[in-house]
Design a protein around this ligand. Structure first.
Ligand SMILES: CC(=O)[C@@H](O)[C@H](O)COP(=O)(O)O
Ligand SMILES: NCC(=O)COP(=O)(O)O
Length: 237
């Protein structure tokens, strides 16, 4: 079964825009779980533009499904993750000034660094996922680094979907099949949406988890959060 983990970064973006606590990130996260969401994902960035470090601590107290913290493994990030001890940490190679995530790790070049970080989190009992492009060699080196799972960076799939979905999905199917053959779990995320999610799931039904934020929150502006979470869950049946 593929789990839907909702990324609530954009709830924090809206909240921070006025300086108060509306929308209430904790209430929204609890409601997402009540509507059937199977996980909550956050990406605390160094500038705390949306998710703040204190949000991560507060969410840990209320999340009853899977809690996934994504980010670049800086000293501060690693300290926060080990303090909070989520279900999963997803290592992302973002620099502090990036608008959003736009590539996976070069796991071959960074295998020593990733191995050390992965070991630290696994010792703390935290599942480790490494964010990669759809590339068999990158998956192989993620496994060498000790990762439990990889997360496929799906923006190239999403951007190619409308033009030629068979072509767009091909590298993801190839990489996912290889991961399955070497016992590496498979997550996926970035720019997944109601337009492209069902086909992704049809082609890679053994995906463990999709983490979706931007498109889902945008859809909820029109359809409401409950109906939108249900619509995304329908794509994963
Ligand atoms: C790793 C990933 O794809 C998501 O965490 C994405 O980076 C969301 O970050 P923003 O919400 O800051 O765009
Ligand atoms: N790992 C992907 C994620 O958490 C959300 O990405 P997006 O749906 O906001 O593009």
């Amino acid at each position: 079964m593929t789990k839907l983990s909702v990324n609530v970064n954009k709830i924090a973006t809206l909240r921070n825009s006025r300086g108060g606590n509306n929308p209430d990130l904790l209430k929204v996260s609890k409601d997402i779980e009540r509507f059937g969401g199977q996980g909550i994902t956050v990406h605390p960035r160094p500038d705390e533009r949306h998710i703040r470090y204190q949000d991560v601590r507060d969410l840990k107290q209320i999340v009853n499904t899977e809690f996934n913290i994504e980010g670049y493994p800086s000293d501060d990030f690693c300290k926060l993750v080990c303090e909070v001890c989520p279900t999963q940490v997803t290592l992302v190679p973002d620099s502090p000034d990036q608008l959003t995530s736009n590539h996976g790790w070069d796991t071959k070049h960074n295998v020593a660094f990733l191995t050390d970080i992965t070991q630290r989190f696994k010792t703390a009992g935290i599942r480790v996922s490494i964010f990669i492009d759809a590339d068999i060699e990158m998956a192989e080196y993620a496994l060498k680094a000790g990762a439990d799972r990889i997360e496929l960076y799906t923006e190239p799939y999403a951007s190619g979907y409308t033009h030629n979905r068979e072509l767009a999905i091909a590298p993801f199917v190839e990489t996912a099949n290889h991961c399955k053959s070497i016992g590496l779990g498979i997550n996926a995320g970035h720019d997944l949406s109601l337009e492209n999610l069902q086909y992704f799931h049809e082609r890679i039904p053994f995906t463990d988890e999709v983490s979706i934020g931007h498109a889902l929150i945008c859809d909820a502006l029109y359809s409401g959060l409950k109906q939108t979470v249900h619509a995304y869950l329908e794509c994963l049946k």
